[in-house]
Ligand binder design. Structure first.
Ligand SMILES: O=P(O)(O)OC[C@H]1O[C@H](OP(=O)(O)OP(=O)(O)O)[C@H](O)[C@@H]1O
Ligand SMILES: NC(=O)CC[C@H](N)C(=O)O
Ligand SMILES: [Mg+2]
Length: 505
């Protein structure tokens, strides 16, 4: 999950894109980039780091134009330490195209070879987004023989892209001299919506509605699964369904953890989804253990708060803030490398002794993935004087790798993949452990929008919604991620080795 945004406006857009990226920062902390277009000339600045660090005043001044794109990156292909893999990506032909992508292509490895052998295109990074932009460029080239390029031609190219690429993708692209294009994969796995500024005719496309609201845009609607929208340079809006059998099945993990609670995705309030999960978790808890044994319910900030609050309300126990979050430390789960994630839990969270001393506490988190957070936090609760420490997860056990844009490509790294409930409990050191039920979770989230046809919930149920991920795809994604440097030093070593010609060293 990355955060993406695109704007077309009568006014300069650099500041607007910056502001939207700040509102999407929770979706990617490793790199950020903006491209703007003035006439047909592109201006780009991208680098590793958070939005505030990447863009200085001089960089902002060098981004003129009334149309542009931006991205905050959380890598799921390639690695976090490569500046070249930061987005947007650019290709010079046809016309000049820039593109930002949220998601992960499951057949990037095969497409890379195909692009070289058949389309005669060279891919210079490990990023699946570079593959994606080249596929789009190739397909636009096929329809661009008759100029000028028409919206129908562009939609035909998107239809061809849908046929070639597999996996998850929410995309915003600019075609120089033509306009802004956005499309979403046929299952709508990753979110994408758009809104307008009241009077000016300005249109913003973004990963989450919070980016629209926070920049003064009125939410219009989500881009439908498989749909493409195109706004030409005159501000004319065009839309077309480009997939053969689209189906609305968004990623469940957006509702569990990834998205901001104040966003509405595919008609579902993320906050309400989390409240509902807290409610069913409470029911499960009541049927598993006597709530009378619990003195206090404590959330693990940040994302678990709504679920924990609702659970506490439901079981009639006080909800207390027992951990303080250092607001200057980012999200742990999306940090690259296990060692930095582990260190960050203690840097990020600190216990307030008085809420723990002599009490039986129920800690609630939105999810337990690698167990990094829960193991540390249970220990911290004990160190703070808790008598009994119970742990509850508002999401079911995460047992299967994700190949659609959440960076957990290997099953072995998941705490729940081959352990029983009792083994997980022992590993994290809790006195009891309660998990959400998969079907209950799906039921209470779907209840918020009956039009949903399903969920991409593979990390919980092992069912991959696109139905076309082969064993070779799993293996390629896993091997690709495993071969990437796990820390800054490793990245430096790889870079040096490549510079001195010892590829793969
Ligand atoms: O089992 P793990 O591998 O530790 O992953 C799960 C944890 O990571 C996330 O927190 P994070 O700190 O990323 O973000 P948050 O502040 O939004 O909760 C999530 O909310 C869980 O707390
Ligand atoms: N999390 C994402 O959406 C990542 C986008 C793309 N796969 C990358 O690694 O840059
Ligand atoms: Mg958390």
């Amino acid at each position: 999950m990355c955060g993406i945004v695109g704007v077309i406006s009568p006014q300069p857009v650099n500041q607007l894109i910056y502001d939207a990226l700040l509102l999407l920062q929770h979706r990617g902390q490793d790199a950020a980039g903006i491209v703007t277009m003035q006439g047909t000339k592109c201006f780009m600045h991208k680098a590793r780091g958070m939005v505030r660090d990447v863009f200085r005043t001089r960089n902002m001044r060098a981004l003129p134009g009334t149309v542009g794109l931006g991205q905050v990156r959380y890598p799921t292909a390639g690695n976090a330490y490569s500046e070249e893999e930061a987005q947007p990506f650019y290709v010079n032909a046809p016309f000049g195209i820039v593109l930002v992508h949220n998601g992960n292509l499951t057949n990037a490895h095969a497409l890379k070879a195909e692009l070289f052998d058949i389309d005669r295109r060279h891919i210079n990074t490990e990023s699946d987004t570079e593959v994606l932009i080249n596929i789009l460029a190739h397909e636009i080239e096929q329809v661009a023989r008759d100029l000028p390029l028409s919206p129908e031609g562009i939609f035909k190219a998107v239809a061809a892209v849908h046929k070639r690429i597999k996996g998850s993708y929410a995309v915003v692209a600019l075609i120089a001299g033509y306009g802004l294009l956005a499309f979403r994969d046929p299952y709508g796995i990753r979110p994408l919506c758009f809104g307008v500024a009241n009077t000016s005719g300005e249109v913003m496309v973004a990963s989450e509605s919070v980016a629209l609201e926070g920049t003064g845009h009125k939410f219009v609607r989500d881009v439908a699964p498989g749909e493409a929208i195109f706004i030409d340079m005159q501000g004319q809006f065009h839309a077309q369904q480009c997939a053969e059998s689209p189906m609305l099945a968004p990623c469940m993990f957006e509702f569990v953890y990834l998205a901001r609670p104040d966003s509405v995705i595919d008609g579902i309030s993320v906050y309400q989804a989390r409240l509902n999960m807290g409610e069913t978790l409470a029911q499960r808890l009541i049927s598993t253990m006597p709530p009378s044994d619990i003195d206090v319910v404590i959330p693990i900030p940040e994302s678990s708060r709504p679920s924990a609050m609702q659970l506490a309300h439901k079981i009639g126990k006080p909800y207390r803030e027992g951990f303080v979050k250092n607001r200057y430390v980012g999200r742990t789960f999306i940090m690259p490398g296990q060692s930095v994630r582990k260190k960050s839990v203690r840097q990020k969270l600190n216990a307030i002794g008085v809420e723990f001393k002599g009490r039986n506490v129920l800690l609630v988190d939105d999810s337990i993935v690698r167990g990094t957070t829960s193991k540390e936090i249970v220990q911290m609760a004990r160190e703070a004087g808790a008598r009994k420490v119970y742990m509850a997860s508002a999401a079911p056990p995460v047992k299967y790798p994700n190949v659609y844009g959440i960076d957990m490509p290997t099953q072995e790294e998941l705490i729940a993949h081959d352990r029983s409930l009792e083994e997980i409990r022992a590993y994290i050191g809790a006195d009891a452990l309660i998990y959400q039920d998969v079907d209950a979770m799906k039921r209470v989230v779907k209840a918020l929008n009956p039009a949903l046809q399903g969920f991409e919930a593979s990390c919980f149920d092992g069912s991959y919604i696109t139905g076309d991920v082969s064993l070779a795809d799993f293996a390629a994604i896993k091997a690709q991620r495993a071969s990437q440097p796990q820390d800054e030093e490793g990245a430096d070593r790889t870079r040096l080795a490549l510079q001195s010609g010892q590829e793969g060293a």
